[in-house]
Write a protein that binds this ligand. Sequence first.
Ligand code: FES
Length: 201
Amino acid sequence: MSFHAVVPYGTPEHHRSQRAVLDEGTPFAYTPENRAKLEEICRRYPPEQRRSAVLAALYLVQEQQGYITAGAARHVAEVIGLTAAEVDDVVSYYVMFFRQPTGKYVLQVCRTLSCALNGAERVVDAIQDTLGIKVGETDPSGMFTLLEFECLGACDRAPVVMVNNEHWHERQTPETVTQLIDGLRAKGLAALTGCHLKVEK
Ligand code: FES
């Protein structure tokens, strides 16, 4: 399964807009529970500023259906008072929003300088070899998606691998990341226990 392309630094493509057209997807509406959660969040802002809840609104979409579709972006726009283009801008800007279906576990390897100097590329290679996929793809079991991201500010603990936008695994090596994948496969979320602030040493 192909994902949004990761373009090498320094190429002309890297500096071009990476905006990707969202899939239309199936018609989207929040579940009553998620709509209630969103309204609760919107109440933290003055009524004329409910648009400020756009990130929370998109997280709820992602929680509900796994990724952001064009239909969902329109629904979000309607609910919080933005245009669909404005919501689309937010989805395009923030890497934590997925624009394609993903596996149950999204493995994101930092590719910024400190991580790169400390072996992030070898970590990516190990993941690719273990799962038989390239960056931007989901493995045939549909369980893992591999992506890269930019610095999370844990540069002194490089290289960093993040799972599902919330669990950080620091000082990774080809061996530890392979164990991480094996653990996720065998134990699911239990393999991520022990991380409070969701940081795995
Ligand atoms: S360079 Fe990877 S966390 Fe900063």
